[in-house]
Ligand binder design. Structure first.
Ligand SMILES: C=CC1=C(C)c2cc3[nH]c(cc4nc(cc5[nH]c(cc1n2)c(C)c5CCC(=O)O)C(CCC(=O)O)=C4C)c(C)c3C=C
Ligand SMILES: [Fe+2]
Ligand SMILES: [Fe+2]
Length: 341
């Protein structure tokens, strides 16, 4: 008998330590496509000071008095258009990515998934990994491009959990991978194959990234630069494809402040008005299809393009659990685990 097993309870962390954990994290999504559930989700999301950088004394009355009384109904309708039997696409795709990674990484590495807002929470899933004996955990926010509103807030939330622990697990974070050849090559291969399978040849491929307030760029957030670099590298890796033009845009504007430009919606209209008839859109900044791709691009984007005179329109899928996407995730995660496994 070892000293430990004589002195310590069987569930003490030192008794079953030695495993490595990976926690993949994405943004989060409501529990149901209802106004009530969307309100709970938006309250948590939009109260994050990394997301809305307005002092709470000024922001909270606007959030609680106006936004949470109007937006949930509208957003719930949008969610109901993309909801599936398996639930919200963002949640079930993130879960499937974690399960795929678990299979690829083998039993010595425990993989779990969490959402920054909503469930399963980062705190609960970190605890789950620690309960499985993980004393070294790789936190993997699935955002290729870094921003304070996405990557940093995931790290903040994990740190909040560690802050309450006497005996902390060791934590590493997956760096942003916006210019990683594994990511760029996965996108080039996957988008190229999807374009080959279309029934038309697009004149333009929009690379649409989620937007951010312009102010975040002015304050030094690297997100805009990361998006631009991804777009440049993807274009170089995909090549000319018969003269197809690549255009980078930013979608999902929220609130009255100036957001990064050019905007995806106005670009779709401008392209159609300028005579572009055939267009495809990819959303390389989203690891998984979600409301912003399946509703905003697939449904609203199509309307915007065709009402302005455009004809053929396609939205390409995100990397999701595609073979190039999973190969890429496995590669960048294995690299971060080196020395630990
Ligand atoms: C991929 C990176 C993302 C960045 C950067 C980002 C910034 C950001 N988002 C909002 C406000 C909203 N975003 C919403 C949905 C949403 N956002 C992302 C990703 C990024 N957001 C995803 C993946 C999703 C989809 C979630 C899903 O359930 O499928 C929403 C909620 C939907 C709605 O009501 O429109 C809001 C609101 C801000 C303010 C912001 C930057 C500061
Ligand atoms: Fe967002
Ligand atoms: Fe949106």
């Amino acid at each position: 008998m070892t000293w430990q097993s004589q002195q310590l309870p069987a569930d003490h962390p030192s008794v079953k330590s030695g495993n490595v954990g990976v926690l993949v994290v994405n943004l989060g999504t409501p529990e149901a496509p209802t106004a009530k559930a969307v309100k709970v989700y938006l309250k948590e999301f939009l109260s994050d000071r990394r997301v809305v950088e307005i002092p709470p004394i000024a922001w909270q009355p606007i959030l609680r008095g106006i936004i949470l009384n109007t937006r949930p109904k509208k957003s719930a309708h949008a969610y109901s258009q993309v909801w599936t039997e398996e639930g919200s696409p963002l949640a079930f795709i993130t879960k499937a990515q974690a399960e795929g990674l678990q299979e690829r990484l083998g039993g010595q590495v425990k993989v779990e998934w969490a959402m920054r807002y909503g469930k399963p929470t980062i705190a609960d899933q970190l605890q789950k990994l620690m309960d499985q004996g993980c004393d070294r955990i790789l936190l993997a926010p699935l955002y290729p491009q870094y921003s304070g509103a996405t990557t940093a807030t995931v790290v903040d939330k994990a740190a909040e959990k560690l802050k309450a622990m006497r005996w902390q697990t060791s934590l590493r974070t997956l760096p942003p991978y916006y210019d990683d050849p594994a990511y760029v090559d996965a996108l080039a291969a996957d988008l190229g194959a999807q374009l080959d399978a279309l029934e038309f040849e697009p004149e333009v491929l929009l690379l649409s990234f989620h937007g951010m307030p312009q102010r975040t760029l002015d304050l030094g957030d690297p997100y805009h630069c990361h998006c631009r670099k991804t777009a440049r590298l993807v274009e170089a890796a995909m090549g000319k494809r018969g003269g197809m033009r690549y255009v980078t845009t930013f979608q999902s504007r929220f609130g009255p402040a100036k957001w990064l430009t050019p905007a995806t919606d106005t670009t779709l209209e401008d392209e159609a008005k300028a005579g572009t008839k055939r267009i495809a859109i990819a959303a390389p900044g989203f690891s998984a299809d979600c409301l912003e791709t399946l509703e905003e691009l697939v449904i609203q984007g199509k309307e915007q393009f065709q009402e302005a005179g455009g004809e053929d329109f396609a939205v390409l899928s995100c990397l999701n659990t595609s073979v190039p996407g999973m190969d890429m995730l496995e590669q960048i995660i294995r690299r971060e685990l080196s020395g630990w496994t």
